[in-house]
Ligand binder design. Structure first.
Ligand code: ADP
Length: 183
């Protein structure tokens, strides 16, 4: 009697890590394109960046969750360990990154090789940014918003509102908003 062959269904899970301070259209584009490549995408919000962040970890996670509320295959989690350890802890085999300009490449290349040394079973997949987002960086969003500029082409409306509230709270405390938000 012929034996039925069992095909094990495997879920290909990828992690898209970042600080997301705050999330912008460049991040959203990479995550949505990543969705088309993997069964499940975990957008992982790093909770303890070395640089000063404008939004708290909880706020950054909340904004990222709102951005992908309509995307069933995206799930958002905070983490504070090494990114490869986080990937291993949730069984992810791929780390997704975005590449903007040529100068990103050197850093990403170094990070990918370091991560490979630490966790050889996890591969890095980098997607080239969409043309219209080439210049977009969270630092730029924070700087423009802190100077009262229009960031409506850079971030969704709910992020604009959150920026407005956060920056006016900073101003009320008399902080030098512009300089305290630079990387
Ligand atoms: P940012 O660089 O904007 O401060 P993060 O450090 O949180 O954002 O980056 C998280 C990931 O998103 C990284 O892989 C980064 O390369 C990618 N990324 C950031 N901005 C863009 C963009 N404009 N287009 C494509 N990918 C981007």
């Amino acid at each position: 009697m012929a034996q039925a062959r069992q095909v094990e269904a495997m879920t290909l899970r990828a992690v898209f890590p970042g600080t997301f301070d705050p999330i912008h259209f460049g991040h959203i584009d990479i995550a949505r394109r990543g969705c088309a490549l993997f069964d499940e995408l975990v957008v992982a919000v790093y909770e303890r960046p070395l640089k000063v962040s404008l939004f708290s970890p909880e706020e950054r996670i909340e904004l990222v969750r709102t951005a992908f509320a309509d995307e069933a295959s995206i799930n958002v989690q905070g983490y504070s360990s090494l990114t490869v350890h986080f990937c291993e802890s949730i069984g992810a085999k791929v780390m997704l990154r975005g590449l903007r300009v040529f100068s990103d490449f050197e850093h990403e290349f170094r990070m990918a090789l370091t991560n490979r040394r630490l966790a050889p079973k996890i591969d890095t997949v980098s997607l080239i940014t969409s043309e219209q987002h080439t210049f977009l960086h969270s630092t730029t969003v924070r700087e423009v918003a802190s100077m009262g500029g229009d960031v409506s082409s850079m971030v969704p409306e709910f992020v604009q509102e959150a920026l407005g509230e956060k920056l006016s709270a900073h101003r009320d405390t008399g902080k030098d908003v512009y300089n305290s938000l630079r990387d």
